[in-house]
Design a protein around this ligand. Structure first.
Ligand code: PLP
Length: 349
């Protein structure tokens, strides 16, 4: 059953009528010719960052768009995907009226942002094998359900969701479906951004924080139809991605070979870590991973967490998360770091 989709019906009323703030750098866009810039009250003495950054991040977006065969107008960039996710809440969810649907155990920021924005968070747990429970999700949805968050590969479970389930949700959920692909570069499944044409309610978020090795610069990416991106552009802070971040990100995205090399090393490290974990007596189960971390069930997560910490390695204890009792999440590190972790695990009594 195909549904009608009109993005206008999902926008918050006040956002629908908004005109975006027009900054100096929106009104006059430099084409590189030698102009005298006396429009933005900047300090004129050159130091590399004395000018405001491009509010539309044109060079970086063009590079990303070319890589994926899409347009600049399909991209919104933010100060990490956390800002991107917050903008999505603020554009579409009326506080104390609308709701979103999330699928625990999953990334904690969706719930945090729902709380901050005073938006009801309807939690529909994943099934025992960490897949979306499609029927329960559709049952939980009503006319006020604006956004469904699918994290695939999912944090902290590490698996990618079945494509069939995702398609069913895209076809039947009447709001926006945000697929968070923070870990997609470690996955054997392909990104959903090639399906933006087919599903007008699809939004895909990505980040330079994981595979691209740039958590420190804060660069999040949102891919969606140009209609959806235009709405987010109305409410984004004009200079939300600073000049240094734009420069660093551009260099890194252009250096695809280095990124690919590091991903290969991380994937080899993941395989090594999974195999080693399976031979540790107190490890009960190792969940298959499509990401740069491994979730493992142990005999007693609190006790093992403390022991591992005392030995100088910080891991993540996920035991309080739904369906994650007695699990620890191990990020894949360098070869030496992985060996250190394995040595510590082997030594524990
Ligand atoms: C790490 C992570 C992010 C990254 O967020 P940034 O703000 O871009 O650093 C996004 N989503 C998930 C599921 C993550 O685990």
């Amino acid at each position: 059953m195909k549904k009608e989709f009109d993005i206008e019906n999902l926008i918050r009323k006040n956002v629908r009528g908004l005109k975006p703030y027009s900054s100096a750098r929106d009104e006059y866009v430099s084409d590189g010719s030698p102009m005298v810039f006396l429009d933005a009250n900047e300090n004129p003495f050159e130091n590399g960052v004395n000018r405001y950054p491009d509010p539309q991040q044109r060079s970086l977006k063009q590079e990303l768009a070319n890589k994926e065969g899409l347009e600049r107008g399909n991209i919104l960039l933010g100060n990490g995907s956390d800002e991107v996710l917050d903008l999505i809440f603020r554009a579409f969810c009326e506080p104390s009226v609308d709701n979103v649907i999330t699928l625990p155990p999953t990334y904690g920021m969706y719930a945090v942002l729902a709380n901050i924005n005073d938006v009801e968070n309807r939690e529909v747990w994943l099934t025992e094998d960490f897949e979306p429970d499609v029927d329960k999700i559709l049952d939980a949805a009503d006319s006020k359900s604006k956004i469904l968050f699918l994290c695939s590969p999912n944090n902290p479970t590490g698996n990618s969701f079945s494509r069939k389930s995702i398609v069913k949700l895209l076809e039947n959920f009447r709001g926006l479906v945000v697929i968070d692909e923070a870990y997609v570069d470690f996955s054997t499944t392909e990104s959903w951004i090639s399906h933006l044409q087919r599903f007008p309610n699809l939004m895909v978020t990505q980040t330079l924080s994981k595979a691209y090795g740039m958590a420190g610069i804060r660069l999040g990416i949102c891919w969606a139809s140009s209609d959806i991106i235009a709405i987010l552009n109305k409410i984004k802070p004009p200079y939300n991605v600073n000049e240094l971040t734009q420069q660093k990100a551009l260099e890194r995205v252009r250096d695809a070979a280095s990124v690919k090399r590091e991903i290969s090393r991380i994937l080899r490290g993941r395989e090594r870590l999974v195999n080693a974990l399976k031979s540790i007596p107190f490890v009960v189960h190792v969940h298959p991973s499509d990401a740069n971390f491994v979730l493992a069930k142990v005999d007693n997560a609190d006790r093992r967490y403390d022991q591992i910490l005392k030995a100088g390695v910080v891991v993540r204890n996920r035991t309080t998360q739904p369906l994650c009792t007695d699990t620890l999440r191990f990020t894949v590190g360098t070869e030496a770091e992985n060996e250190k972790l394995i040595e510590v695990l082997k030594s524990l009594q």
